[in-house]
Design a protein around this ligand. Sequence first.
Ligand SMILES: *Cc1c(COP(=O)(O)O)cnc(C)c1O
Length: 453
Amino acid sequence: MIKYYSTNREVPKVDLAQALLQGQAGDKGLFLPTSVPAISRELLSNARDMSYPDLAAAVLGPYADGVFSRDVMEEICHKAYNFDVPLEKVTGRSWVMRLDRGPTASFKDFAARFMGLALGRLVRERNTDLLILTATSGDTGSAVAHAFLGVEGIRVLVLFPREEVSDRQRKQMTTLGGNISTIAVEGKFDECQALVKRAFSDPDLTDMNLSSANSINIGRLLPQSVYYVYSASRLADIAGGEEVVFSVPSGNFGDLMGGVLALTGGLPVSRFVVATNSNDEVPRFFASGVYKKIDPSLVCISNAMNVGHPSNLARLVALYGGQMDEVGTLVSTPDLEAVNRDFYGISISDDETRATIGRVFRDYGVMLEPHGAVGWAGLTEYLEKNPDAASGTSISLETAHPAKFPEEIRAITGQDPLLPPSLEGLDEQEEIFGEMGLDYAQFKNHLVSEYRS
Ligand SMILES: *Cc1c(COP(=O)(O)O)cnc(C)c1O
């Protein structure tokens, strides 16, 4: 059975069930597996012919050894992954992987749906209950809300920055009701996240069974390793060791961590292009070894990536032999040479993002939205600077559906993105959400009065 340790290394290791239920470790660190299960040679050669849910069960099974049987894992993956994962050729051997076909039209559905089913099961087995607190920069809230809607024993409270989410992003979470509640906060995403994190470590609230569905929860990362294996197996000879370049538009670095787990498990990846918007604290850190948060974070059109201090950076640092605490202090430096061998950090401005959406639509007829465009712009620059890589397979992740950002897309391409079925009828639905200033005492009061049994 794989155990999970905390990046702050001050609490005992736990099993996957405990890590999922708890979210954040008791010492405020983040859980990571003590060893990353190898993706076997056999799986690398069979992956190409497996359906997405079957591949997910095979990749994720070993992480849950002793917690979920193989049958349970298959059931969860088949229920969670009942939508397409299109691979769209753009030019040469460069592709876009569309992770936007789930019920809330962003890649967050992949992890949220797995977590909803896995946690629902654990809560049922243990006859307990859970209050999931989540801060969202746009897409986590809706993915989590949909994934946990109607799950018995679990209530969800989502905090979102009032001015930083699009109308459709907001409506996807404020129109559900039932066991899902939402609060608009007068603040930024980082500040919403700080409120939530403070509640997790508040000794007065330890009896409340709080958990997190933010990417501090290991359950948010593991499922995100599957689509790297899936896409590479279909587009390259991974069984023969052919290496792939991935470009990952990044904010809190959960998506990238999924890729890093796949790489560590043995997926042949030559480089991850780590593409951020103007919140470029991580590309700077890779280049200089000096880490400086951006506070307050900058507001960019790729709003789900407006993160000035990514919580998953502590995990990345840990996997490369260093240690970073929860406020972003480097306790020990990771192996920067290895970091720069595996990652190519790049920051893309809003102007470049808009130009990329226009260019890719005009030249190739492929519609990107702001996050995917940051990834594509990063990949383009990387391939220009590394002509050797340009002859191989490269895959850029498209993390949301263009119809989530209709105003922006219309202004740039002159076209209205087609509405996917998951967003139909949304504009007319009635919203219910609370409102709150940036005030921890008020937040805590709300938790106690509304949720303490
Ligand atoms: C959350 C999100 C990202 C950033 O993913 P991280 O795991 O936080 O790096 C990118 N694009 C979209 C559309 C998102 O919702």
